[in-house]
Design a protein around this ligand. Structure first.
Ligand SMILES: [Zn+2]
Length: 469
């Protein structure tokens, strides 16, 4: 199903959700844990001397021994979860393989949302089925923080679509069924990017009823999801249908909303009325990945002589007032890597906070899903006594290496593997020399991570991604 923001998350909530539900017998109060870590990190200054002693010992003894001899609370106060020492370079090939800690069995972070029932409100078909454009009410609990409703369709990402709800309440959300929706499971994604388990009964979607050709020609346009990420599994795609009494010549334009510039266009040629069409964009125009922001697809139809018959800029069918423009989406170049409640900690967690801290710590409950902030090629996947299970990804078209440390267990992707933005790469953990569950995140300029490049402060980027995704 989804590839972007929804991608990994919706996949978990969709196809993989049975496993998620089965494993989550014990779920920690995530927000409480995250807060507790933050409070502990505030105490870091008071215990600096102790922390130095601790680090000296850990350098000699290795992570496993430290974990064994140091009480968890003392460790947490000592380092605030941060690792102020320099990040270790990847172990030379000749070095003996480190003995990895056996990975703890972690409860996955589970959505607070529980879906109970799907009910069609308007634009319905027979027997509880919906048609594209219908208003669907998703009933359940914990739904106020819903960011997207995902329609998974058949297995696989290709037909996945998502839509932002028009109305959010604790016990229900209303959402318009997008054009591209197909019969299949329905899930919701919260603002932290955590997907719910699917509704108990899949949604049945029937084709739209062709509009009568009596009215003026018109065009319905629906983007695949309200947010789209560069290099994600879920492509940036738009579906459209022309309502007319004849075939028309179609042109599709991608408009940057900030300045209304047309940055890409497509000429699909003559299309049949009432037949859904699809156009896909890869995030690149003029050879460059486009900047983050709001974009919209605009579709126009002309007759044989070139005279305009309809444009999607015209008012389409009435949509719930709170709903966004269905032709518009937010394009992002990165996705925030921690998909769950999180915090940034105090000084020691910052770049340069404490000698040689080469990255930024993001605190979250152990077991919180971690996704690739940017797709690319896996450069390193290893275990190190200080970094724990870690992963370095050479970002696609960025010249930047992205590194992720202290994963709960070995990363879910392999060295040399091509990873997509938003792809699940592992879970937040506390492996290596750390005393609180967190992601230690680094960004390095080319030529890259411990190969001649230099680390820079990733916090401004993280904060921006956090706000947007
Ligand atoms: Zn760190």
């Amino acid at each position: 199903m989804a590839g972007a923001r929804g991608s990994a998350a919706f996949r978990r909530g969709g196809k993989g959700s049975e496993a998620v539900v089965a494993k989550s017998a014990t779920v920690p109060a995530r927000a409480v844990v995250a807060r507790a870590v933050l409070v502990r990190s505030a105490l870091a200054g008071a215990a600096l001397a102790f922390a130095r002693a601790l680090r000296a010992r850990s350098a000699l003894a290795g992570a496993a021994l430290v974990v064994a001899v140091v009480p968890a609370s003392a460790g947490a106060q000592g380092t605030g979860g941060a690792r102020p020492e320099a990040t270790p370079a990847p172990a030379p090939r000749s070095a003996p393989a480190p003995a990895p800690r056996s990975a703890p069995a972690l409860p996955p972070v589970r959505s607070k949302a529980r879906l109970a029932r799907l009910a069609c409100v308007s634009g319905c078909a027979e027997g509880g089925a919906v048609r594209p454009g219908a208003l669907l009410r998703v009933r359940g609990r914990g739904l106020r923080r819903t960011a997207e409703v995902g329609f998974s369709g058949a297995p696989g990402e290709a037909d996945d679509v998502a839509s932002a709800p028009a109305r959010r309440r604790r016990t229900f959300v209303d959402v318009r069924v997008p054009l591209g929706a197909a019969t299949g499971p329905v899930t919701v994604l919260d603002r932290d990017g955590v997907a719910s388990a699917p509704a108990p009964v899949p949604l049945s979607v029937e084709p739209a009823i062709p509009a009568t050709a009596a009215g003026r020609p018109s065009i319905d346009v629906d983007v695949q999801a309200p947010k789209a990420y560069f290099d994600a599994l879920r492509p940036m795609r738009v579906s459209y249908v022309v309502h007319d009494d004849r075939p028309v010549d179609v042109r599709v334009e991608l408009v940057r909303q900030a300045d209304e510039a047309v940055i890409a266009s497509w000429a699909p040629g003559v299309v049949q009325p009432e037949t859904p069409q699809v156009v896909q964009w890869n995030g690149v125009a003029g050879g460059r990945v486009q900047r983050a922001g709001r974009y919209a697809f605009r579709v126009t139809a002309a007759d044989e002589g070139g005279a305009l018959r309809a444009t999607s800029a015209q008012a389409g069918p009435p949509v719930p007032s709170a709903e966004r423009d269905p032709s518009e989406f937010v394009f992002l170049r990165h996705q925030f890597p921690v998909r769950g409640p999180h915090g940034y900690g105090e000084y020691a967690a910052r770049f340069g906070g404490g000698r040689g801290h080469q990255g930024q710590d993001v605190f979250a409950a152990c077991g919180t899903p971690m996704v690739a902030a940017r797709g690319g090629l896996v450069k390193f996947k290893q275990y190190h006594s200080r970094a724990g299970y870690y992963l370095v990804i050479d970002g696609e078209q960025t010249g930047v290496d992205y590194s992720y440390m202290h994963l709960a267990s070995a990363a879910l992707v392999s060295k040399g593997e091509r990873v997509r933005t938003g792809q699940l790469i592992g879970y937040v953990g506390d492996t290596g020399n750390t005393s609180g569950c967190h992601l230690h995140f680094e960004m390095w300029k080319r030529p890259g991570w411990y190969s001649g490049g230099s680390a820079f402060d990733p916090l401004p980027e993280l904060l921006a991604w956090d706000r947007q995704s």
